[in-house]
Design a protein. Structure first.
Length: 310
């Protein structure tokens, strides 16, 4: 890992103003390009992996806003004129991505682009990857995903009841084309590590317009943040996101595992907003659940309830 890895942070004042969101994304990408931290080959095939884990709208804090990816695509076409852009996600235990693409507006938004394809990774041809990872010996991965020239991961700023956070590293977990991923939850940190070791993103973009706290990644509470975060390295991006969410990065197990596996020392420079100025504590368990839990476990309350019942 380079000591000059970059993380850019932009704050959106009006969360419903798409023009402001587009300008923020363009400004962040322009700065990364200006500093030579975006290197996309000529006439390339670019793969974008968004976080679409359920058929829930972006305002719920669950999924990436398709307009953020649209603005990313617009910038890529304007600056690099790629041969093709593939936007791909896999089916999951509670997700049919083809239905999600249609219901959540992705199909409509990208129908006007002649060189943009929406892809169900679970239906793509596979290639076998010999990994010898922390969990997998080998993996069957999407051929299109593995053979693209440039990989951009677009994650969501949200909590996860098992891993702590769901940003970029956890987003790559969804690139596994197997539909029923629930059995992996007992070894989730190791599986996340393996899915990133298969292929690291070349560029990371995090939708923090409306994040999620509480029982993430799908059952939490929307948390308006008005942030767009960009990074040229998956580790530093998630490190910055963890700090923005009020968590200690060294407590995020999968972040530590990948740093160890890649022998990386996390060091980076930020531009745009300062992390400390946008930092807000995300709750893993909501306040009302904490209160109810405390009451339920309170000995005095239990004694009163016992008296009432007798």
């Amino acid at each position: 890992m380079n000591t000059n890895d970059l993380v850019g942070i932009s704050e959106i004042k009006n969360l419903k103003n798409r023009k402001e969101i587009k300008n923020s994304i363009f400004n962040l990408l322009d700065e990364m390009k200006k500093r030579d931290h975006i290197k996309i080959p000529i006439n390339s095939k670019i793969f974008i992996k968004p976080n679409i884990c359920l058929v829930k709208c972006c305002e719920s804090g669950t999924t990436v806003d398709p307009f953020i990816v649209k603005f990313l695509v617009d910038w890529l076409i304007e600056n690099y004129n790629p041969q093709k852009i593939i936007i791909g996600e896999a089916d999951a235990t509670q997700l049919n991505i083809d239905i999600a693409f249609k219901v959540l507006g992705w199909e409509y938004i990208f129908s006007e682009y002649s060189n943009v394809q929406l892809l169900n990774l679970s239906k793509d041809d596979n290639v076998k990857i010999n990994l010898n990872g922390l969990y997998f010996e080998n993996l069957d991965m999407s051929k299109t995903y593995m053979e693209s020239d440039y990989l951009i991961s677009v994650g969501k700023l949200k909590t996860h009841t098992i891993t702590g956070i769901t940003c970029i590293l956890k987003n790559q977990y969804g690139a596994n084309p197997i539909k029923y991923k629930a059995p992996y939850h007992k070894h989730l940190d190791e599986v996340i590590c393996d899915l990133n070791m298969v292929r690291m993103p070349d560029l990371c973009l995090v939708d923090g317009i409306i994040g999620m706290e509480g029982k993430g990644p799908v059952s939490g509470i929307p948390k308006p943040m008005g942030l767009i975060i960009i990074g040229d390295n998956v580790l530093v991006t998630d490190h910055a996101c963890a700090k923005i969410m009020g968590f200690k990065p060294d407590k995020i197990t999968h972040l530590k595992l990948i740093a160890k596996e890649t022998n990386s020392k996390i060091s980076y420079e930020t531009f745009g907003e300062d992390i400390k100025t946008v930092q807000t504590n995300f709750e893993l368990i909501s306040s009302w659940e904490n209160i109810l839990g405390s009451l339920y476990n309170n000995k005095a309350i239990k004694k009163i309830m016992a008296v009432i019942r007798t």
